[in-house]
Design a protein around this ligand. Structure first.
Ligand code: L34
Length: 283
């Protein structure tokens, strides 16, 4: 039976570290600030943004929320980003995705100052990650790595399989595993022999966006299974991309949903915002 890596516990530890460092910064007159933009009224986004605001309050950051109506124009959104780029009290800017369809996500990400891009979605930050010379890591993949480190799990030389190739999770996830000398395979909707490839993984990351997609017959005995999915099952209950009940008995470690990668994403956002405040004040 797998050991459950609790994102609740690991994230609380990360937040406590950020809080302690934030207090030291405040003693020097520096007050880290995060601006979160949310457009429209997607209920899941609302929950995530509320959790981000709560985390800011806990670690001692100033947080500003910009809740814009769904009808917001591209020009209005870009004007807000520009205003926040130029606001010295704000160290981090995050525009919660997805945006309503009429808005151009790429253009918005491009408009955020790379030094305030605490999501690490801007092309210049993505490029920096590729060459291993970065300020910020994207919150979700970094949160997954933090959970791996919390258990002292060795990545070097291991067969790592990432299911999903999104710019936000799959691709950077693969890069972070590669940086730690994993042998990395990225699978996606066109992959042939998915089951076979996954069954060879020592470390399996599921970022597909399909409820309970990973079944026991796709998992090697003793594998580390990291579940990035956040879905609703047929009863409307939160569940991951991994069929937890089936897979847990076979894995050595597994992350739950909820209480797994989600809270880690937010903790790593706090870490990035702290780093942004330091960079902007001491460089
Ligand atoms: N710009 N957009 C931007 N940055 C991000 O890093 C995100 N993401 C993803 C969606 N869009 C984004 C998030 O914040 C996903 N995500 C996120 C954040 C928090 C949680 C889940 C996803 C979270 O708090 N999950 C809780 C349960 C929440 C619930 O009750 O619904 C958990 O325990 O998993």
């Amino acid at each position: 039976m797998a050991k459950i890596i609790s994102g609740k516990e690991v994230s609380a530890k990360v937040r406590a570290e950020v809080k302690a460092e934030c207090e030291q910064l405040k003693a020097k007159g520096i007050h880290p600030g995060l601006a979160v933009i949310i457009v429209g009224d997607d209920p899941a986004s609302r929950v995530y943004v509320n959790n981000k605001k709560k985390a800011c309050a806990e670690v001692g950051f100033v947080s500003e929320e910009y809740a814009l109506p769904a009808e917001t124009t591209q020009e209005e959104l870009l004007a807000l980003v520009e205003q926040l780029n130029n606001k010295p009290e704000i160290n981090g800017i995050l525009c919660q995705l997805p945006l309503p369809k009429h808005l151009d996500e790429k253009a918005v990400i491009n408009a955020i100052s790379p030094m305030k891009d605490v999501d690490a979605f801007h092309p210049s930050n993505v490029g920096r990650i590729m060459i291993g010379d970065y300020h910020f890591l994207p919150c979700t993949p970094a949160g997954v790595m933090e959970m791996v480190h919390s258990e002292g799990i060795e990545v070097s030389g291991k067969n790592c399989v990432v299911i999903g190739r999104s710019n936000i999770v799959g691709k950077p996830m693969a890069m972070l595993l590669l940086h730690e000398n994993g042998t990395v395979t990225i699978c996606h909707s066109r992959t042939q022999n998915l089951k076979e490839i996954c069954s060879n993984a020592d470390i399996l990351v599921a970022a597909v966006g399909r409820p309970k997609f990973v079944k026991a017959d796709m998992v090697k005995e003793g594998a580390v299974v990291l579940d990035v999915g956040i879905n609703r099952d047929e009863n409307g209950k939160l569940c991951g991309d991994v069929d937890f009940d089936e897979v847990a008995p076979k894995a050595s470690y597994i992350t739950p949903v909820p209480g797994g990668v989600g809270p880690m994403t937010i903790a790593m956002l706090m870490k990035n915002t702290l780093k942004a405040a330091k960079i902007q004040n001491f460089h």
